[in-house]
Design a protein around this ligand. Structure first.
Ligand SMILES: Cc1ncc(COP(=O)(O)O)c(C=O)c1O
Length: 305
């Protein structure tokens, strides 16, 4: 999806002009893929842009970096402020936000420890990742022949730059096969998650989502779904899901910052059908909450003003 250019990008403590936010071709992360990032959204509200669960996203960025042996030279508070400054500097009512921790120029070789650690924060207007039609009517999914990586080779708890090669393989396979999005299985054969979203199935009014031990990222939207589902009185549990459970689900949906909350229409051509009542109820509350219309979830809206 094309990036829409805006005015400023935060780089190592400075707001620089968009066209000046460049790096050297010998930047370490460009070669070996070690780095960590976040995907965050700011939503339009009556009080101006509200960044959805900004602090938990930045805290996850620090956890990712720790897992990957990267020492971030800023505090959580510094980067929360950096995100707010970047959104404000670009004067956007709503946007997608991409903080990135990367290993910079100056070292080569597989030991990341001596590398300079650089941080950037960019934002731009970005529509929903799987399309408005997907949010309204659902997406068609396939189970990929690419497996999610094993926690002892590439820890899925880290949102590491290089981890996303795995997601890209599955995504391209799904698109080339005529589907909207891919579901990956863990090396143990359990359902893990999608290329960039957590996955949920609904059976008899209970929502089930795979645990981190099945290779899923601990999603911040997933956690919001958990709270909304529980508050609405639905059963909610983390547990292993088999491929066949997807085919026979009453409902299925996915969640993620880029995609938001998206119903699943079919998996491997087994129809699940139109979005069901549980999915619809969660979507409704989610979109009201992110737009600052739900006082009970007010702490999710981190305002830029
Ligand atoms: C692999 C993967 N799983 C799940 C998610 C959903 O996480 P979140 O809701 O925190 O965006 C993402 C997006 O960040 C992702 O890349």
């Amino acid at each position: 999806m094309p990036i829409q250019k805006v005015d400023k990008i935060w780089m190592n403590g400075e707001l620089v002009d968009w066209d000046d936010a460049t790096i050297h071709v010998l930047t370490h992360t460009l070669h070996y893929g070690n780095g960590a990032f976040e995907g965050i959204r700011a939503y339009e509200t009556d009080r101006g842009p509200a960044v959805f669960r900004l602090t938990p996203h930045i805290e996850r960025l620090f956890r990712s970096a720790k897992i990957l042996y990267i020492d971030v030279p800023w505090s959580v508070e510094d980067l929360v402020t950096a995100v707010k400054d970047t959104v404000r500097a670009n004067d956007l009512p709503s946007c997608y936000i991409r903080p990135l921790v990367y290993l910079g120029y100056g070292e080569m070789g597989l030991n990341p420890i001596p590398c300079q650690v650089d941080v950037s924060v960019a934002c731009w207007p970005w529509g929903t990742y799987l399309g408005d039609e997907g949010i309204a009517s659902g997406v068609r999914m396939m189970v990929s022949s690419w497996q999610r990586h094993d926690p002892n080779s590439m820890p899925p708890a880290a949102k590491g730059c290089g981890h996303y090669i795995n997601s890209q393989m599955a995504k391209v396979q799904a698109i080339n096969s005529g589907y909207d999005e891919a579901i990956l299985l863990s090396p143990q054969g359990h359902v893990s998650e999608c290329s960039g979203e957590n996955l949920f199935v609904v059976r008899d009014g209970t929502i089930v989502t795979p645990p981190v031990s099945a290779g899923a990222l601990e999603g911040i939207t997933q956690d919001a779904v958990r709270r909304i589902a529980t508050d609405l009185g639905f059963g909610y549990t983390e547990g292993n899901i088999l491929r066949s459970d997807l085919y026979t689900a009453d409902e299925a949906f996915l969640s993620g910052t880029a995609a938001e909350v998206v119903p699943v229409r079919s998996v491997d051509d087994r129809e699940i059908g139109d979005p069901g009542p549980v999915t619809r109820a969660i979507q409704e509350v989610f979109y009201e909450a992110v737009r600052g219309k739900r006082p009970e979830y007010a702490e999710w809206n981190e305002y830029v003003d």
